[in-house]
Design a protein around this ligand. Sequence first.
Ligand code: PAF
Length: 279
Amino acid sequence: MNIITKKTELSTVIEKLKSEGKTVGLVPTMGALHEGHISLVKACKKGNDIAVVSVFVNPTQFNDKEDLKRYPRTLDKDVTLLEKNGCDYVFAPSVEEMYPEEDTRVFNFGYVESVMEGARRPGHFNGVGQIVSKLFDIVRPHRAYFGMKDFQQIAVIKNMVKQLHYDLEIVPCPIIRETDGLAMSSRNTLLEPEYRKNAPHIHKVLEEATHLTSQMNVEELKKWVVDEINKNPYLKTEYFEIVDDTELKPIQDWKENNVKVGCIAVYAGKIRLIDNIVF
Ligand code: PAF
């Protein structure tokens, strides 16, 4: 496995591999890797000759400076884990390498960025668009892998791929959970023990909710989920929406003929957790 920190070096290496007929997959990450990321790396390696993993805490997608400061950074551990799991190239650039000057690009992802995370984290998806497009330009992968925990992020990135005519496939990969049901996230390591102990309540309530659609209409069920989660003194729901899986428009009726996804953001103390479930 090679570790590369410079954009031009990575582009040159990848171009050469592609000219030899190799397929290339990219897994963009912000590091602090866990089993969820590793499942992406494994899928990437299975679907391509070459697996490239980027490790970069992207400052432009953090609308909360405190969140950026406390975001875990564990590059040495990440590299060891990637080496064991089939990664061929780690791309770990500095902030100056990725942003030699301010990125002033403003994307318009339309409706999919205006709701849920987009409504609560102004500028977040614009920052995601900035870094992911830079990574796509450097690597020009055949496929790029993203975890479905960040469900809305996938919709935004698919929109960007269409708008900017990237010739690549976005591969969404299933959420990986801890044994107690908590969706794996780099932020889980920041949870104080009592909050960590209570955080699996989020998935437990979502799971239960999927069995209640014959007893409640959509609005009733949404309220039930929020009430059940907020009954736990360690958790405070920010939003819970049930949306279709492509346009992210709110579901009005269970009879609608689409895939319905319940998306949630919950504060466990200062730490904000997101999760989702298919109804
Ligand atoms: O999902 C993430 O970890 C980040 O948003 C991504 C896609 C690596 C861009 O920084």
